[in-house]
Design a binder for this molecule. Structure first.
Ligand code: ADP
Length: 507
């Protein structure tokens, strides 16, 4: 019975043929293909032609895998084995039919290849997107950097101009100059923030800060701003609010001022209410609830979820000055603290923005002594030599004007690395501080700083270096520090910021 089944179902997969050394088939079982006997193998299929050179009287086995054979009207995929012997026996040709094996293999291989190809395509797409994104972010960073030089000039000279003798009309003009350039500065800062957010470079700096003082400052500022527009400004600060908390004070201030700015901007009658209360105090965490309520133009229901998208302004917003970036930044910053911002509004009646933010709260929190307060008192009997490394004429002029008005600085200007080194190593006068733009047209400031730090004379290589830059990404700051730069002044800067950083770093 078994033998019968075997006969019926055994699939023949092997064919044996004996050849002579000239490649003629002497004998064949023709199990797969008929009519091999007495033929020259090269005539049966061109592939066999390759075998003839291997027909030698030596012990050897050669295997050719996955050979596609199409003979008369039968097609198979086979392994071909040629066995030769050293004892005078004739070579043996074995054809091993592996069609179904290779078919399966091919299907799996194809599926595998396709998935490899797909993941490669995905990878390429990702690389492309990443490159595009990083190009966009670098472009934004560089472009806003370029904008900062002229803006520093405008801000500085508006400041200087406002302190001169002006008639009433001129004062008005200066006021307009001031508010336009401040708006421009805010826009550039917002664009830089958005590009930092999109490139994943924006992180919170968690430090203890005086929360009461921050709220008082905001209250003071917005009371004036609201009242100037004829609006009332109410505030309710919970008595239980902790005085010192741990968090990013600068970013909290940014969130609140963005929301309060909008409240004032979009309200023409009535007023603004600013509520801050303690939600919960538990396990060294304070959850604080903030609410900013206005009686302004309101937002239509269908627009409520659009307003947090970058560059989005809705309904009557085009009557008001803005970029549509403020709320996108607010949402991102709030989400960085693992919280959410919510809005409710009635069109024509007003809006309410609220959020709960978690801060660190513990009795062990103490305020760090602010670096800025560590002012060294300048020796006013001495004149300090400041070497400015800067190729923007506007910034050169701004710095010159500010330092000249103080009366105890000499300013020297250099634009190239060799000039910088010559000035520092000159025996005429010792340089007391180097104030250097990081991105000069042809040189990088950090490279120059490295050269300075390698000078042989101790007092020369130790000269304080303050960099001026708009690029304050974490990795940039690390790079500056590594190059030996002592401090960084953010562009655009005003008179007091420049004087403060110089005074702080002078030895
Ligand atoms: P911007 O204020 O620069 O236009 P924002 O991102 O801060 O950008 O706000 C986006 C849009 O959301 C605004 O243009 C406005 O249409 C709407 N909006 C924001 N806050 C208010 C508010 N308090 N009242 C009415 N509309 C608001």
């Amino acid at each position: 019975m078994l033998e019968e089944y075997k006969k019926k179902y055994t699939k023949v997969v092997l064919q044996y043929s004996i050849l002579n050394f000239n490649g003629n088939v002497l004998e064949s079982d023709d199990a797969l293909f008929l009519g091999f006997s007495n033929k020259y193998i090269g005539d049966i299929h061109p592939f066999f032609e390759t075998l003839t050179s291997l027909l030698i009287a030596e012990e050897n086995e050669t295997i050719f895998s996955c050979i596609h054979l199409n003979i008369v009207d039968k097609t198979i995929t086979a392994d071909i084995i040629l066995q030769t012997f050293n004892d005078g026996k004739n070579p043996l040709l074995i054809i091993h039919d592996l069609t179904s094996h290779y078919k399966n293999y091919q299907t799996t291989a194809q599926v595998r290849n396709e998935s490899v190809i797909n993941s490669q395509i995905l990878e390429l797409k990702n690389t492309y997107l990443k490159e595009k994104e990083s190009f966009k972010n670098t472009f934004i960073a560089n472009f806003s950097h370029e904008l900062r030089d002229p803006l520093t000039g405008i801000l500085t000279f508006t400041d200087i101009l406002s302190k001169t003798n002006l008639d009433l009309q001129q004062k008005d003009y200066v006021q307009i100059l001031n508010s336009s350039s401040s708006f421009l500065k805010k826009m550039i800062d917002d664009i830089l923030d958005i590009s930092k957010i999109e490139s994943g470079n924006l992180e919170l700096a968690i430090e203890p800060f005086n929360f009461h003082a921050l709220l008082e400052e905001i209250k003071f500022t917005y009371k004036i701003i609201a009242e100037q527009k004829g609006l009332t400004f109410r505030f309710n600060f919970d008595e239980k609010l902790p005085k010192i908390i741990g968090g990013d004070a600068k970013r909290l201030q940014q969130v609140l001022t963005n929301l309060l700015d909008n409240a004032v901007k979009f309200t023409n009658h009535g007023g603004i209410t600013f509520n801050v209360s303690l939600n919960q105090l538990r396990a060294q965490k304070a959850s604080i609830h903030f609410e900013i309520i206005d009686t302004g133009i309101g937002i239509e229901k269908e627009n409520l979820n659009k307003i947090f998208t970058s560059f989005t302004q809705v309904s009557r917003a085009n009557e008001f000055k803005g970029t549509g970036l403020g709320l996108a930044i607010v949402k991102y910053l709030v989400e960085l603290t693992k919280s959410k911002i919510s809005v409710s509004s009635e069109y024509g009646k007003g809006s309410k923005f609220s959020t709960n933010i978690n801060f660190i709260s513990s009795s062990s929190l103490t305020l760090k002594e602010s670096k800025n307060k560590k002012k060294s008192i300048l020796d006013t009997s001495k004149k300090y030599n400041i070497l400015l490394v800067e190729d923007s004429e506007i910034t050169q002029l701004s710095v010159l004007k500010i330092l000249a008005s103080q009366g105890h600085f000499f300013l020297d200007i250099a634009t190239k690395p060799d000039e910088v080194i010559t000035r520092i190593t000159s025996l005429d006068h010792e340089v007391d501080l180097v104030l250097m733009d990081i991105k000069l047209k042809e040189f990088q400031g950090d490279a120059i700083a490295k050269q300075i730090r390698k000078l042989p004379e101790r007092h020369q290589k130790k000269v304080p270096i303050v960099a001026m830059t708009a690029k304050l990404y974490k990795e940039d700051l690390k790079r500056y520090k590594k190059a030996g730069i002592d401090d960084v002044l953010k562009k655009p800067f005003n008179e007091s910021q420049l004087l403060e950083i110089i005074t702080k770093n002078l030895k």
